[in-house]
Design a protein around this ligand. Structure first.
Ligand SMILES: Nc1ncnc2c1ncn2[C@@H]1O[C@H](COP(=O)(O)OP(=O)(O)O)[C@@H](O)[C@H]1O
Ligand SMILES: [Mg+2]
Length: 267
């Protein structure tokens, strides 16, 4: 799906820098989880973020989602300084995050999960409480746009497959057309087929003009095949950056674990 620049769903200009981190550092006691991280996420691109366990990937995503406040550095959203005091600040700007645990309620159906927390927002936000019928209609629209029309709207999500649950979490993140979507390990627990479907959905978000960042351990399949650019974190620092189509999985893995072969000059 390729849309004309002026008509993309996210109302961004292709290649525009949507989210930028400058010199971000974050400590937890004596642990330096992030050191002087610079990164940019641009409209229309899928950025892969890789690194060994404890490298700082989740801390970085939580910093961009307003959950952690950096000790040093600056966050810019579409060129303007963004002081994220909490997750709501990030969401209001249009930065949505799909966490590893998905944060779905198993006993609720797809529609209830898509609107989780919003039914109770009351008249101030929406003019009227969102009624079930309206919610179902909106859910149908977003699932249709994602070509997920076959997902049941009324079955508890606890009874669904891992792939369907991941898809519902993605649908929830794009319900209000965000500008940037961050994923923590979206394909970790999925079958190969379900992972391919998720890759396709992620590519569609970028094609709609969003900027996407994806944490993944699936270097050889997902990262190499489904991203445009790869950033390698090691011990809280970005140690390498590659264009996905110009790199092999082996080179990425070497950079992750600290081998020298193929590593870009470390910053
Ligand atoms: N809330 C926290 N409190 C204390 N230490 C933390 C916290 N979050 C992360 N860390 C530490 O920061 C480092 C980076 O962790 P994390 O961002 O979870 O890495 P990754 O997601 O790459 O595995 C680790 O040493 C981890 O133990
Ligand atoms: Mg993590």
């Amino acid at each position: 799906m390729t849309l004309a620049p002026e008509t993309n769903a996210a109302h961004t200009v292709p290649g525009e820098t949507l989210l930028e981190l400058r010199n971000i550092s974050k400590h937890f006691g004596g642990v330096r989880a992030l050191s002087n991280v610079d990164l940019q996420i641009k409209a229309g691109e899928v950025v892969g973020l890789v690194g060994d366990n404890g490298a700082g990937k989740s801390s970085l995503v939580k910093t961009m989602s307003g959950i952690y406040r950096p000790d040093e550095g600056e966050i810019l959203f579409r060129g303007q300084p963004a002081d994220l005091k909490g997750p709501n600040d990030a969401k209001e700007l249009g930065i949505q995050t799909v966490y590893q645990d998905l944060a779905l309620c198993d006993n609720l159906d797809a529609v209830q999960n898509l609107f989780l927390g919003r039914e109770l927002a009351g008249p101030r936000l929406f003019g009227a409480r969102i009624k079930r019928a309206q919610a179902e209609q909106r859910a149908r629209e977003v699932l249709k746009r994602m070509r997920l029309d076959s997902i049941s709207l009324t079955r508890p999500v606890g009874a669904m497959s891992g792939g369907q649950r991941q898809n519902i979490a993605i649908a929830r993140s794009i319900l209000w057309t965000p500008t940037v979507v961050l994923f923590d390990e979206p394909t970790a627990a999925l079958s190969h087929t379900a992972a391919l479907k998720v890759s396709e959905l992620i590519r569609n978000l970028a094609d709609e003009g969003m900027g996407v960042l994806v944490i993944s351990h699936d270097i050889h399949q997902f990262v190499v095949e489904a991203t445009d650019r790869v950033l390698v974190l090691r011990l809280g620092r970005i140690v390498a950056e590659y264009k996905s189509k110009e790199v092999t999985g082996e080179t990425i893995v070497n950079a992750m674990v600290g081998g020298n072969e193929g590593v870009n000059s470390a910053r």
